[in-house]
Design a protein around this ligand. Structure first.
Ligand code: URA
Length: 434
């Protein structure tokens, strides 16, 4: 086989066979197919697409490029969750303990933040002593005993995706349905769960900027997941503004804890109830979605989810006292309010730009090896549709220095669009695809 022939075939709208796809992914992983040919193929796929059979074969070839986690030692149904990436997305920190408190195990591998989006592992390191390095045996033991674990990846899962995703990032080929489906699902299949819920973001802060594109992606994810023998549910959600109010590592942890204490009821909690009810019903722990929601609400009201979270922090070496006393989490020395210069209604909050404010403060990474400042970030006081008076605070900046705070305040003000008309807030949950 020759890679140039396969590129030509896809360029002209042909359908690649299983053998061709496997040969290409093996060759790309072992280095015999160079980046420049794979770039051309990624662009051909971007324009020509792939049918569901090709997408499935690409997913399985990427899955077979590396190791798999064996979760057979975990008792009962094990679930996993993935988000296509968002600003202020601390969902896993709330969802995992809620679901675990209702009897379904969550085994989750997470990543670090890059660019304007944060990473769950960085957020968890806000707890003094917390370790994200957990051996496979300890991971399984913890899932059985505590109900959930969230750790960094140790095995080499999907090396083909690691290479291809980095290539797509610099060749403008990220937002292609077959490439996203194979990237996400190969990693989720390698991580070994039985039930996989996917939060597919749509809007200005997401890869899929229109609802139609997001639903196409959701459908392809569930179709390919089903072919691979898994229960995959995709929930399409709005990412036109940050999720919740906090953006920044320890600040997001504090918001997640307030959700677990039952003090926060906003888009974040709605998302956790929606994703959680899908997991409980698909995992056989609840007869229907209403019953599942009631179970999840009870886990919050009774304190069971918060207790699960404290047990999880302790099991991974962190100080569980910080779950109950958030003054033990990192605190930024400079706190500055950002008064609005105009009065009216918030029409938009540019999510990606708010992520960049936090990154600029030191809360995110521009490069993979950068250090992050866990204490800094932004807490928004207004969401889309909210009324604001001139001089009223739009948000609070948490910064290392006065100068950084002032610069961030100007940046944050520019993230808001304020007008005289009250904007109709679009529904946050756009739909569920099973
Ligand atoms: N997340 C991934 O892991 N891969 C993609 O292609 C897009 C989002």
């Amino acid at each position: 086989m020759r890679m140039s022939d396969l590129i030509q075939k896809k360029r002209d709208g042909g359908v690649l066979s299983r053998e061709e796809i496997r040969w290409m992914i093996e060759g790309y992983t072992d280095g015999s197919i160079p980046d420049y040919q794979m770039s051309a193929m990624a662009m051909a796929i971007y324009f020509r697409g792939m049918d569901i059979e090709e997408t499935y074969e690409l997913t399985m070839a990427m899955l077979d490029s590396g190791d798999r986690i064996d979760l057979s030692g975990v008792q009962g149904v094990k679930a996993d969750k993935h988000s296509t990436g968002g600003v202020g997305d601390k969902t896993s920190l709330v969802l995992c303990p809620m679901v675990a408190a209702c009897g379904v195990h969550m085994a989750k591998l997470s990543g670090r933040g890059l660019g304007h989006t944060g990473g769950t592992l960085d957020k968890l390191e806000s707890f003094p002593g917390f370790s994200i390095a957990v051996s496979e045996d300890a991971f399984i033991k913890q899932v059985n005993e505590v109900g959930f674990a969230i750790a960094g990846q140790t095995a080499e899962l999907c090396p083909a995706d690691k290479k291809l995703y980095a290539l797509r990032d610099v060749t403008a080929t990220v937002s292609s349905v077959p490439l996203i489906v194979s990237s996400i699902l190969s990693k989720k299949l390698a991580a070994g769960a039985d039930v996989i819920v996917l939060d597919v973001k749509t809007g200005s802060g997401a890869f899929m900027q229109t609802e139609e594109a997001a639903f196409d992606l959701a459908k392809a994810l569930t179709d390919v997941g089903r072919r691979a023998g898994k229960k995959v549910i995709a929930v399409v959600t709005d990412m036109d503004e940050p999720l919740g109010n906090a953006v920044g590592n320890a600040l997001e942890v504090k918001e997640a804890l307030s959700a677990l204490r039952g003090e926060y009821r906003g888009d974040l909690m709605e998302l956790c109830l929606t994703l959680g009810s899908q997991i409980l019903t698909q995992g056989g722990a609840a007869p229907d979605e209403d019953a599942a929601r009631a179970m999840l609400e009870k886990a919050i009201a009774s304190g069971a989810a918060l207790e699960k979270f404290a047990a999880f922090v302790k099991a991974q070496g962190g100080d569980p006292a910080a779950v109950y006393d958030t003054s033990l989490l990192p605190q930024a020395p400079v706190v500055l309010e950002v008064p609005s210069t105009a009065g009216g209604y918030v029409g938009r909050i540019h999510a990606e730009d708010v992520g960049l404010v936090s990154m600029r403060l030191g809360g995110g990474r521009a490069q993979k090896d950068d250090d992050v400042d866990l204490a800094v970030g932004v807490v928004l006081h207004k969401k889309v549709g909210g009324a604001v008076a001139a001089g009223e605070s739009l948000g609070t900046i948490h910064a290392r220095t006065e100068e950084a705070a002032r610069e961030a305040a100007d940046m944050l003000r520019a993230c808001f669009e304020i007008g005289p008309e009250k904007a109709e807030r679009p529904p946050f949950i756009k739909g569920v695809v099973k």
